[in-house]
Design a protein around this ligand. Structure first.
Ligand SMILES: Nc1ncnc2c1ncn2[C@@H]1O[C@H](COP(=O)(O)OP(=O)(O)OP(=O)(O)O)[C@@H](O)[C@H]1O
Ligand SMILES: [Mg+2]
Length: 239
């Protein structure tokens, strides 16, 4: 039986079917996944195995063809679009491989943007964005635009943007895929800090070394979970 208290994510009997050609394509097939609050989970699997599809569902950017999703004790796929967006904004932070920052805005403005959507007053926005940028070690670069920052710095800005709303869950799809190994290491250290603070981190990676930083490794193939192993205890220091 699913433990709704401890699990911040419960996905059950999830299908995500794309109707493209003659045959329906099952990007996810009867998938079941539970993730404990405060866990650090790496999702691995070959290209096309459904990792990004799964992340988009967990992040409420997409809805499944069938199945249920209990996010932080809310049955989210039964909600209307506005309620879903509101839960997403308050619960989830996203980090992408290509950073997805707005090029015309400074780091500071990029990080403040989710707070604009959340209706946070301007003075509060400034304080919180500055705090988040300091948290990722970018306090000195806040008025630079993305093209004036290195890849690693841009990823830090995108992490600051993802955590500025104080999400329960940070979703990161190949966050180190576009970075050299030294910069990737810095980003992973930042994730370690966030996990210590109690944020649940779920990341997709092709890199075994990156996956080994997590507490649990979930492997996918053809839309299904084919293995799921805990490699270390959940770090509950910050909870
Ligand atoms: N919008 C879409 N329309 C049709 N098919 C799609 C769509 N998005 C994904 N798919 C298909 O669903 C399957 C899973 O795709 P997904 O992007 O989740 O894979 P992935 O594991 O993230 O791969 P990668 O490691 O290359 O990022 C693939 O076969 C893909 O072609
Ligand atoms: Mg993908």
């Amino acid at each position: 039986m699913a433990d709704a208290q401890r699990n911040v994510v419960i996905l059950d009997k999830i299908d995500r079917v794309y109707e493209m050609g003659e045959e329906p394509l099952y990007a996810l097939k009867q998938l079941h996944l539970e993730i404990e609050d405060g866990d650090y989970v790496a999702i691995m699997g070959t290209s096309g195995s459904g990792k990004s599809t799964l992340m988009n569902l967990i992040g409420c950017l997409d809805r499944p063809t069938n199945g249920t999703y209990i996010l932080n004790q809310n049955d989210v796929f039964n909600l209307g679009d506005d309620e879903l967006a509101s839960i997403r904004n308050s619960t989830i932070g996203f980090v992408f491989q290509q950073f997805n920052l707005l090029p015309s805005m400074t780091a500071f403005e990029n990080v403040m943007l989710p707070l604009v959507y959340a209706g946070v007053p301007k003075e509060q926005r400034k304080i919180r964005a500055e705090f988040a940028l300091n948290q990722v070690g970018l306090g000195q670069r806040i008025h630079h635009r993305p093209n004036q920052l290195s890849g690693g710095q841009q990823q830090r800005v995108s992490i600051a943007r993802a955590i500025v709303n104080k999400p329960r869950i940070l979703l990161a799809d190949e966050p180190t895929g576009a970075l050299d190994s030294h910069t990737a290491e810095e980003i992973l250290t930042l994730f370690d800090d966030l996990v210590t603070q109690g944020i649940t981190v779920i990341l997709v990676t092709h890199d075994g070394e990156v996956a080994n930083r997590a507490s649990r490794i979930v492997r996918m193939k053809d839309g299904e979970i084919v293995s799921d192993s805990r490699i270390r205890e959940i770090n509950r220091a910050g909870v």
